[in-house]
Write a protein that binds this ligand. Structure first.
Ligand SMILES: [Zn+2]
Length: 171
């Protein structure tokens, strides 16, 4: 079945972060849940590496000095759900053309982060991992309303899913 009915198309960095995430989903997502941010990044031409020596950092987006290729490194010591969010967040820095960014610590992912660039990246990441059309469709069409069930389908924390449902107006 098709979860998304948005048509593929060009994206512009001036678009809202959610809109850019939807464009990435329509172009690069295999429509399987949970959304695999590593597969999407790779399909979009971004190199993705694990890095076990990132210490207190969660992830980093940069363009390779020699090849210029967009690259994401993420901390493979973090819990899996964290890693998934980190990759989606770093992909946002590429997708939204934020340019070179400092390495992200976990604080960058906080909802209380008022750095507009980080906040934009978090909006992109949230839409990528929990696409509004898919969440809404599961609730409306399949009547899946338990946040714990939805969280496990999307492989997110229950807290993140509850927040998502609130933002989408379901609770
Ligand atoms: Zn960031």
């Amino acid at each position: 079945m098709s979860y998304m009915n948005t048509s593929p198309g060009a994206w512009q960095s001036s678009d809202a972060p959610e809109r850019v995430a939807q464009s990435f989903l329509s172009q690069y997502w295999d429509q399987q849940l949970p959304v695999d941010p590593v597969a999407i990044a790779k399909a979009a031409g971004v190199r993705v590496y694990t890095n076990p020596e990132m210490d207190r950092y969660a992830g980093w987006f940069y363009e390779d000095e020699q090849t210029g290729k967009p690259t994401i490194e993420f901390n493979s010591n973090d819990p899996l759900m964290r890693q998934r969010f980190t990759v989606a967040h770093e992909l946002a820095h590429y997708a939204l053309r934020h340019g070179a960014r400092p390495r992200d610590s976990v604080q960058a992912f906080s909802l209380a982060n008022y750095d507009p660039v980080e906040a934009e990246a978090n909006k992109f990441a949230t839409e990528l991992l929990m696409p509004s059309a898919v969440v809404n469709g599961l609730i409306r069409i399949r009547n899946v309303t338990d946040p714990e069930v939805l969280a496990s389908m999307f492989n997110t924390s229950a807290v993140a899913m509850k927040y998502r449902l609130k933002k989408l107006g379901w609770v």
